[in-house]
Ligand binder design. Structure first.
Ligand SMILES: [Zn+2]
Length: 252
């Protein structure tokens, strides 16, 4: 007499148990995500920007066209400074957090001006549709070293550029004083299918020691823009709506 390997009832019971475990796992994960979001006021601000009416969106906007007291740079665009430096929110992560700040524009593409944060030399690689990089030969906060300022997303979804004609593709080392109009914000995201909101990505990138900039996509190659702009812009030190603060640095 042969013994059946597993009775249909036992198999069903096992399947039910596995299903239950999967449900508990997914439920737990969602609960943790929700709890995390609830504890993160910046998530509320994103919701307010996404779903709020005009007045609620306006309440999130930083307008700062002058340098903050004691800060060397001027904010390159007005808007909702939503994604801060070091933010691990998607598509970023704790291991590869956001390398700069994202300043979201309230209007359509091609309207919100982008200005040079400081004096320096603008370069636009021949293939760049939406980005500029600016060489600052003498870091005002660490004299003697070169830093680079990266401005991105100044084109529409199809790659039509909103960069000023003074900086055509291939332009190198065009000197601009602080406050020079560089272009207008857009929602270009390369060939990625991921939709992005109209914004400027701004970051401070380290020099490679050989006359060029390091890879601006690597967090380790960038520095916290907070002391340069005189605002608290590190994810770990988020304030309600960033504005000039006497001591913008904190220890994350
Ligand atoms: Zn960004």
């Amino acid at each position: 007499m042969t013994r059946p390997s597993a009775s249909p009832t036992r198999a069903r019971r096992l399947l039910r148990l596995l299903l239950l475990l999967a449900l508990v796992g997914v439920g737990g994960y969602l609960a943790l995500r929700l709890a995390g979001d609830a504890a993160d006021p910046q998530s509320d601000r994103f919701r307010q920007w996404w779903q709020g009416d005009d007045e609620q969106r306006q309440a999130l906007i930083t307008i700062q066209r002058e340098r903050c007291d004691g800060a060397p740079f001027v904010l390159p665009a007005d808007g909702f400074i939503g994604l801060l430096y070091g933010d691990p929110r998607g598509p970023y992560s704790a291991a590869a957090p956001h390398q700069g700040i994202d300043i979201f524009s309230p209007g359509e593409v091609g309207i919100t001006p982008v200005y040079a944060a400081t004096d320096g030399y603008i370069t636009r690689e021949a293939s760049w549709r939406s980005a500029l990089i600016q060489r600052v030969p003498d870091d005002p906060l660490q004299p003697g070293r070169t830093i680079w300022l990266y401005y991105a997303h100044m084109a529409d979804r199809d790659g039509n550029s909103f960069i000023e004609p003074a900086f055509p593709p291939g332009a190198t080392e065009v000197f601009v004083p602080q406050g020079t109009l560089l272009g207008y914000t857009g929602d270009y995201n390369g060939d990625s299918l991921r939709d992005i909101w109209v914004h400027l990505h701004f970051s401070i990138v380290l020099d490679d020691g050989r006359g060029s900039y390091t890879n601006e996509l690597e967090f380790a190659n960038t520095v916290d823009p907070s002391p340069y702009l005189g605002m608290s812009l590190h994810h770990a030190c988020a304030t309600d709506v960033p504005a000039c603060t006497p001591d913008p640095t904190c220890t994350p």
